[in-house]
Design a binder for this molecule. Structure first.
Ligand code: NDP
Length: 399
């Protein structure tokens, strides 16, 4: 039993909060704190009355002193950071100052450069170790479950894994010509960046959307996928011995890509501030303001996600290929927690990571990526808390 301080009250946080309340045996109390307190209060109003005691607070997570004061007041066993990647370091600083465990779902990204890397958070390793506390980085789906799947495959299915292809397939349809499934600013920064993958000990770079594959997915059907840079590649390259190549592919429909290209061409995806009517504005932040809020997609999104990893390697001296994946239905998620499957597939692992750190099943001290811990308790919890996994033949490469 313990208490979590959850920072952020957006799409992912909403699911994680619903799941903490379902899991009141582990979470006897939560505090929901975010920039806009009314969003925290709305979640409390919806979920109050169960066994998990809920409090709310306003906090600017860029401000370490405010965070420290909040942590000292609430005394949580773990801080679950579900704000934006820009806040990772300030929240880690506040956890260090108060000796509180830390969990997040996305690695730090400086606001003025569209570039994410673990180096900033890995630089906290010694300080977390010396403070005797644990930081768990990347406890969403990807990164998150994909790292747990990799650790599980290595522990139970292979003697050596040589190739990992992470396939993030969203077969959902929200009916809009263009919308993003999670925070539009973060999403567009990610997909308009150059692609990259890890091969033979070094990064290979591609132009954005240069490499395309078509895979035929169980329960979804054939889908266009594009190679992207993704954060778990960086940690898996270090933590999976014998690895030769790791790639990440994500589905994008033609309408999404056409709109994105047009928005890029007119400068709307830029993060360089411009002068507008006497004020500085960032085009991408303005674009975010006019796009549908990802939280509003829940009722209108139909279809399924199929996200998993194709592993290739050796078992008992023989070549082996193995696919480990989860299928999640957008409408089922909406019925259960009022959110679409992208928020659901991130919020459930966020709750599980916070639970395992909070109850000491996963403990450091230090700063850890998810594949560094024993995958078995996480895999059991996925089956229990709404993201059951399946093993099968790899999806067929159609094109
Ligand atoms: P949203 O934009 O829906 O929610 C972000 C929340 O953080 C909002 O409530 C926002 O407040 C709050 N926030 C932002 N800045 C601050 C601040 N300075 N102080 C306090 N609160 C702040 O994002 P999502 O829920 O879609 O995404 C949350 C996180 O999950 C992101 O880091 C994203 O990258 C990550 N993610 C990870 C995935 C994975 O699989 N690993 C997949 C999808 C997302 P306000 O309401 O005022 O704007």
């Amino acid at each position: 039993m313990g208490k979590a301080l959850i920072i952020g009250a957006g799409g992912v946080a909403s699911v994680a909060i619903h799941k903490c309340c379902q899991n009141s045996e582990a979470f006897d109390a939560i505090c929901i704190a975010s920039r806009t307190k009314s969003k925290c209060d709305a979640l409390k109003a919806k979920l109050d009355g169960g066994k998990t005691k809920i409090t709310t607070a306003q906090v600017d997570a860029d401000n370490v002193n405010e965070l420290v004061a909040l942590i000292e007041k609430e005394k949580p066993d773990v801080v679950l950071n579900l704000a934006l990647p820009y806040q990772d370091l300030s929240i880690m600083d506040a956890c260090l100052a108060t000796k509180t465990n830390y969990v997040d779902t996305a690695n730090y990204e400086p606001p003025d450069t569209a570039h994410f890397e673990y180096k900033w958070q890995w630089a906290y390793r010694d300080r977390f170790k010396d403070a005797g506390i644990t930081a768990l980085l990347g406890s969403g789906f990807d990164p998150g479950v994909t790292g747990v799947f990799s650790a599980y495959a290595l522990k139970h299915q292979f003697d050596e894994i040589n190739y990992i292809d992470i396939l993030d397939c969203n077969g959902g349809d929200h009916g809009y010509p263009f919308a993003t499934n999670f925070n539009p600013e973060i999403n567009i920064r990610e997909v308009s960046a150059k692609g990259s993958y890890w091969e033979n000990g070094k990064w290979v770079y591609t132009e954005p959307m240069e490499i395309k594959r078509v895979y035929d997915f169980d329960q979804v059907g054939p889908k266009d996928m594009y190679l992207l840079h993704h954060e778990e590649i960086e940690s898996l390259a270090l933590n999976i011995p014998g690895i030769k190549r790791i790639r990440f592919f994500m589905t994008f429909g033609q309408s999404y890509l056409t709109h994105l290209k047009c928005l890029e061409n007119v400068g709307m995806t830029s993060i360089e501030p411009i002068d507008f009517e006497g004020k500085k504005i960032i085009p991408l932040q303005f674009l975010k303001a006019v796009l549908p809020d990802p939280a509003s997609l829940g009722p209108r999104t139909v279809g399924k996600t199929n996200i998993g990893c194709i592993f290739q390697g050796k078992k008992d001296g023989k070549d082996k290929t193995y696919y480990l994946y989860n299928v999640c239905d957008h409408q089922e998620c909406y019925k259960e927690v009022g959110s679409q499957a992208i928020s659901y597939t991130t919020g459930v692992p966020a709750m599980i990571g916070a639970m395992l750190v909070m109850n000491g099943i996963w403990k450091g001290p230090g700063v850890f990526n998810i594949e560094e811990f024993d995958p078995d308790p996480f895999m059991d919890a996925l089956n229990k808390w709404g993201l059951p996994w399946q093993e099968n033949f790899a999806p067929k490469l159609v094109d």
